[in-house]
Design a protein around this ligand. Structure first.
Ligand code: UDP
Length: 376
């Protein structure tokens, strides 16, 4: 059975690599990795780290186009790819343009779609934009919905998705942490300093919010004398310019990155606190017992807040500063967060996903003679 895996950004690669490995471990599946090149540099860096050579790389969409123009480009290319490859199933992950374009191109060719990390919602189409819209579209088109948590499954029910199509599996990002982190030593601590790791890249935080957060970080540095701030910068040139403009050369502040995935996990492992707007980082930090302050006004991962591993602090200078200082001043509170149990699964989501796919396509698999199973 040919399973096309569509990915084009760093988080998609991190979260689909273990699904590909679980498919490849079974003789009856041929995973075919299609790289949309949506995020050129970060995508390639993560593919190399994960040891994945794509079976097909699409022509990159080009930054100059509008969001819709880039979407149309990716969808058109995927349509041609599906025509040539004739996959039996298309797997997409999360909520990027590649995710929605992959689901729509497959749907138009009547190819079943499986959605990994299904059911995340804020129920506000404007936040995050365009991700909330993309994942709602995929939620309507997919045949198999792999929800990371019970809360995500409930969101799908609220959207009218039949429960027989929804499978709670855990988050495949935790599988990648399990498979990668065991051999990783935490990055050495800077003597005498506690470490705050920061990432910030989401579209809604590109403007005033970025300045507010950066100012809040400097306030924290001034207020707490034994912290260092390690800002892991994104590849986006406009973001980098502003981050370097405000933080470069500041005492007890370092700018690093984008880091290779294992190096990022090593840094995460050695941090006392994470401040981030990243989805993946919110899921990974609790695995290492690192509390997360979410730099957003709303989150589609409320289960992390409910479980006590994360707090939603917004992007105002004052709220960012106050939330971090409170935790750094109150070690018992920080420890409570560090010890709380992650809601994102046990690191075996991919195996569950492949089990469900094998059961759903049992008739197809049975109908193909063994000798033909892995024929391209
Ligand atoms: N990550 C990485 N290197 C870095 C920063 C993050 O490999 O320098 C990984 C991180 O471990 C997580 C993923 O990138 O698995 C998160 O990606 P991102 O924050 O870009 O996207 P989001 O999760 O918000 O969709």
């Amino acid at each position: 059975m040919k399973v096309a895996i569509v990915a084009g950004t760093r988080p998609e690669v991190v979260k689909l690599a273990p699904v590909r490995a679980a498919l490849a471990a079974r003789q009856s599946f041929t995973p075919i990795w299609i790289s949309t090149e949506q995020q050129a540099a970060l995508n390639q860096q993560t593919l190399a780290t994960m040891g994945i050579v794509p079976d097909l790389c699409l022509a990159p969409p080009g930054d100059a186009q509008s969001l819709g123009g880039r979407f149309a480009h990716v969808m058109g290319q995927l349509d041609l790819a599906f025509e040539t490859i004739c996959p039996d199933l298309v797997v997409v992950q999360g909520d990027t343009s590649s995710t929605a374009a992959g689901a729509m191109a497959a749907f138009a060719r009547r190819i079943p779609v499986a959605h990994v990390e299904a059911g995340l919602r804020t129920f506000d189409l404007a936040t995050p934009f365009p991700e909330e819209g993309w994942r709602c579209v995929v939620g309507q088109l997919a045949e198999l919905h792999f929800a990371p948590t019970g809360a995500a499954a409930e969101n799908l029910a609220r959207n009218g998705v039949n429960s027989s199509r929804v499978h709670v599996t855990g988050n495949t990002g935790i599988d990648s942490v399990r498979l990668t982190a065991a051999g990783i030593a935490p990055e050495a601590a800077t003597p005498g300093l506690r470490r705050i790791l920061v990432t910030l890249h989401r579209r809604e935080n590109w403007n005033e919010a970025l300045d507010e957060v950066l100012a809040g970080l400097l306030d924290i540095r001034d207020r707490v004398r034994d912290v260092e701030i390690v800002f892991v910068a994104h590849a986006n040139p406009a973001l980098r310019r502003r981050v370097f403009g405000m933080l470069d050369g500041q005492e007890r502040v370092r700018i690093v990155g984008p880091l290779e995935y294992p190096d990022f996990l090593a840094l995460l492992k050695s941090s006392d606190l994470v401040m981030s707007d990243s989805g993946g980082v919110q899921e990974e930090a609790p695995v290492f017992g690192v509390p997360v302050l979410v730099l957003r006004d709303s989150t589609e991962r409320m289960e992390a807040v409910t479980a006590g591993v994360a707090r939603l602090v917004g992007v105002q200078r004052q709220s960012v500063q106050a939330a971090a200082c409170q935790l750094l001043d109150d070690e018992q509170d920080r420890q409570r967060m560090a010890r709380a149990v992650s809601p994102f699964g046990d690191g075996y989501a991919s195996e569950r996903i492949v089990e469900v796919i094998a059961a759903r396509f049992a008739n197809l698999l049975a109908s193909r003679p063994a000798g033909l199973l892995n024929a391209g």
